[in-house]
Design a protein around this ligand. Structure first.
Ligand code: NAD
Length: 419
């Protein structure tokens, strides 16, 4: 039986609730999504057969604004997972102080088995169903695991076709229903770099506030995809030394520093980062002797088993959920600072928010403006978390970020009279 993510999310909430002295009513309210939608989607395959797919959308909390969160296409998607992820989105949007709540959606499917046409029909069917309860002022989905800007474009098109009434069109730009769109249909400049750049801003703040990181610190990045690449690029340009990087096939290590562009060129030609420097496995990368470890690929890579062997002084969680709950306890005991995903990778959702603002106002910003505005938000979010950390140094940074987030959500709910 796989570990229940939802149970983990609720037990984290209860821990925070104890510290904040929340009432039972408040905890009960926040433990469950406000609304949960599920359906069986029927999609025509290329061979003419109709296939059924389970689909979900969890709307956890809307006190601070419309629900916000991605739609993932994956065989392991479940109600449990979608509910947990929607709760974590409520905390993430509150951590960075953007006016959204938390939501998450998913379809149980291995998209690798679908043709492009089948994927398009599945995406359109999901949007046609979800169109009843998503929209710019209710719930704003985005890409997630195995969904991308093309999937968002199909969903936008479907929503635009179905919401044909004149009032709907006059009221608001229907494209603001989704973020993570291609630039041509209202995507934001800088969205591609946003999550890695947000991680870099976080590292800069740590360098300023903590003696554990300096500009001479060595850094290992697991996963050189969108997030890992941009993070590595910004930190290398910023003068830090990236000494190890990896992809799904393994990693490379050079204590003198990795030439990122050379490795990326090599990966383009050969399909992996292997070959240019000393090679190591992804497990070895986690326990490498570096100052900063940056998991930027998968969840649960730092576990109850390997956390005792981590040598880094600081972890920056750019992937979602890379540190398992059991590892959290060990890292805390060993005084390794782990900057939680809800802050470290929130650059992505923040620029998604910028995209929505631009769509609603019809005024589009230059990339530089996006980067500057992102820095203001990430710096403020870091300062708020650090403030709690200085006050409660025995807590993990994750708990500090959650305390800040949950108290923001609860205070809005109290003002609104919802609890
Ligand atoms: P991506 O698909 O672009 O890149 C993933 C990278 O991880 C690839 O380089 C892949 O080779 C590598 N990888 C796969 N399996 C691996 C393994 N076993 N060991 C090491 N590396 C492995 O994905 P991404 O958009 O960069 O997302 C990475 C993580 O960041 C995910 O956890 C995602 O949920 C999270 N995240 C992404 C964003 C975003 O804006 N893209 C925002 C917030 C969080």
């Amino acid at each position: 039986m796989p570990e229940s993510l939802y149970k983990n999310a609720v037990s984290q909430l209860k821990e925070v609730a104890k510290l904040l002295k929340l009432s039972k009513k408040e905890v009960d309210y926040l433990s469950k999504p406000e609304r949960f939608h599920k359906n069986t989607l029927r999609v025509k395959m290329d061979n003419g057969a109709i296939r059924q797919f389970k689909a979900f959308r969890s709307q956890h909390n809307s006190a601070r604004g419309p629900y916000k969160g991605g739609i993932r296409f994956h065989p392991q998607v479940s109600q449990d997972e979608v509910m947990a992820l929607s709760m974590w989105m409520s905390w993430k949007t509150a951590v960075v102080g953007i006016p959204y709540g938390g939501g998450k959606g998913g379809v149980v499917v291995d998209p690798g088995e679908l043709s492009v046409g089948e994927l398009e029909r599945l995406s359109r069917t999901y949007a046609g169903w979800a169109g009843k309860f998503i929209g710019p002022w209710t719930d704003v989905p985005a890409p997630d695991v195995n969904t991308d800007s093309q999937v968002m474009a199909w969903m936008v098109d479907e929503i635009e076709k179905t919401q044909t009434s004149k009032t709907q069109k006059l009221q608001v730009n229907p494209r603001a229903t989704f973020t993570g769109k291609p630039l041509e249909i209202g995507g934001s400049q800088g969205r591609e770099e946003a999550t890695g750049l947000g991680g870099f801003y976080t590292l800069e703040k740590l360098t300023h506030h903590s003696s554990l990181v300096t500009r001479n610190s060595t850094i290992a990045v697991q996963g050189i995809g969108n997030v890992g690449y941009w993070f590595a690029k910004f930190v290398s340009d910023g003068g830090y030394k990236v000494v190890a990087i990896s992809d799904s096939k393994g990693g490379v290590y050079n204590p003198k520093g990795i030439d990122l562009e050379k490795v990326m060129e090599h990966k383009k030609k050969t399909g992996s980062v292997l070959g240019l420097y000393h090679e190591l496995t992804n497990q070895e990368l986690i326990t490498l002797n570096v100052d900063v470890l940056v998991p930027a690929a998968l969840e649960n890579v730092i576990t109850g088993e390997n956390a005792k062997d981590v040598k880094a002084k600081v972890i920056i969680e750019l992937a979602n959920g890379p540190v398992a709950p059991k590892a959290d306890e060990i890292l805390l005991r060993r005084k390794i600072l782990s900057v939680p995903d809800v802050l470290a990778n929130a650059g992505g959702v923040t620029v998604s928010y910028f995209e929505w603002v631009q769509n609603l106002s019809g005024y589009y910003w230059e990339k530089q403006e996006v980067f500057e505005k992102l820095k203001i938000i990430m710096d403020r979010a870091f300062a708020e978390m650090w403030h709690v950390h200085l006050d409660k140094p025995r807590l993990s940074l994750r708990m500090c970020a959650y305390i800040n987030a949950v108290s923001k959500v609860v205070s809005v709910m109290r003002v609104l009279g919802r609890i």
